[in-house]
Design a protein around this ligand. Structure first.
Ligand code: PLP
Length: 396
């Protein structure tokens, strides 16, 4: 029996069951790993190939695979979407989505505060495809409207920005996009569908680096896009043409990771709140950015929009980037590594990782002062994490 979804299910139930299908051959309760590159051809398959409908049948794993379908159905259910696709990375999902939504000559208007890889794709790669991107402060409607061109097709934003953790006003941006005839595309990696479902607030498509919270164990690179079937069909043509399909074994790992998303996220958010509050009290910390803190510039919006403030905390230490580097080296529990959203706490500095390509002035303009530390709070016990941070801040 296929357990695709039920409107009566809550998030935790969806995480465990949506998209799952008991295996008719064996009765296995876990989706089997269909580790096959290709499938037996029959008259229906030939007809589907001839009609360009390669997504519907099972022909070749770059087009479709049962392991991909199971995890796609789960992500679609979690995001409240008609359909979804998985990719071999978050950037593969973003690239295929932008390629599908823009024609040659087309333009993407994006927020200034974005993941570094997305910034690079927009700024450096889009022009190589005959497209272009512009950036504006999307919190300022007049500035955003002034940056729209006749050829602008897409408005692009992250729900919670990296590493400044600003929260996007999705309902306002959706209204703005509709008024100007743009498609609103939202990268929901930091918030997760349990924090907010952007499609319910008027977004057209929602993107994920599934390498982060959706998988949650720092052992997989994957991406996803979810939205209306008509748009997903267009993006599928790009997936098929550019490659970037997700391997069946990785689909199995991602589906397994998704089962615990609800319990993990609750633990991440509770720990992040405790860590943020402890850091805010510390004399060696000059600033803490966490949407769950009253001092956060978007706290009121975050309370309205987000069901959960997430597991990412950024803070600024006294003494600049040198002091931040020393702090990272002294941490014993938190691991100094890029990426985020895993069960283990990771710490990294924007100045020498995600935002290394920017000058000090550009970083300051992007809201990244010297000494900024980005913490992906894992699911360890908060007192252990706080003790680790306090000892490192004390120079021990
Ligand atoms: C990591 C990340 C990406 C890129 O995803 P990959 O899986 O590394 O390709 C995109 N957006 C955000 C917000 C990310 O954190």
């Amino acid at each position: 029996m296929n357990r695709t979804d039920s409107p009566a299910w809550s998030d935790s139930t969806r995480c465990v069951h949506a998209g799952g299908a008991d295996d008719p051959a064996t009765g296995a309760v876990v989706t089997p790993i269909h580790q096959s590159s290709t499938f037996l051809l029959d008259d229906d398959a030939y007809a589907a190939i001839a009609a360009g409908r390669g997504r519907e049948g099972l022909i070749y794993t770059r087009y479709a695979n049962p392991s991909q379908r199971a995890v796609q159905a789960r992500i679609a259910a979690l995001e409240g979407a008609e359909d979804a696709l998985v990719f071999s990375s978050g950037l593969a999902a973003i690239a295929a989505t932008l390629a599908a939504l823009t024609e040659p000559g087309g333009h993407v208007l994006a927020a200034r505060e974005l993941y570094g890889g997305t910034l690079g794709l927009l700024r450096d790669q889009l022009p190589r495809w005959g497209r272009s991107a512009g950036f504006a402060d999307l919190r300022d409607p007049a500035a955003a409207a002034a940056a729209i061109r006749p050829e602008t097709a897409v408005l692009y934003v992250e729900t919670i920005s990296n590493p400044t953790l600003r929260v996007a006003d999705l309902p306002a941006l959706a209204a703005f996009a509709r008024r100007h005839g743009l498609l609103l595309v939202v990268d929901n990696t930091f918030a997760t569908p349990l924090g907010v479902r952007p499609l319910e607030h008027g977004a057209d498509l929602v993107l994920h680096s599934a390498s982060k919270y959706l998988n949650g164990h720092s052992d997989l690179i994957a991406g996803a896009v979810a939205g209306r079937r008509e748009l997903i069909d267009r993006i599928w043509l790009q997936l098929k043409a550019l490659g970037g399909c997700l391997d069946p074994h990785a689909c199995f790992l991602l589906e397994r990771g998704l089962k615990t998303l609800a319990v993990r996220l609750r633990a991440h958010a509770a720990s992040a709140q405790a860590v943020a509050e402890a850091l805010a009290e510390h004399p060696a910390v000059t600033r803490v950015l966490y949407p769950g803190l009253r001092s956060h510039p978007d706290h009121v919006l975050a309370r309205k929009l987000l069901a959960c403030f997430g597991g990412m905390v950024s803070f600024v230490v006294d003494g600049g980037d040198e002091a931040a580097l020393r702090l990272c080296r002294r941490l014993r529990l938190a691991k100094e590594a890029t990426s985020l959203g895993g069960v283990e706490t990771l710490v990294s500095l924007p100045f020498n990782t995600s935002h290394v390509a920017l000058s000090a002035e550009e970083r300051a303009a992007a809201g990244i002062p010297p000494g900024m530390v980005r913490l992906s709070v894992g699911i360890e016990d908060p007192p252990d994490l706080i003790a680790d941070l306090v000892a490192a801040l004390a120079g021990r």
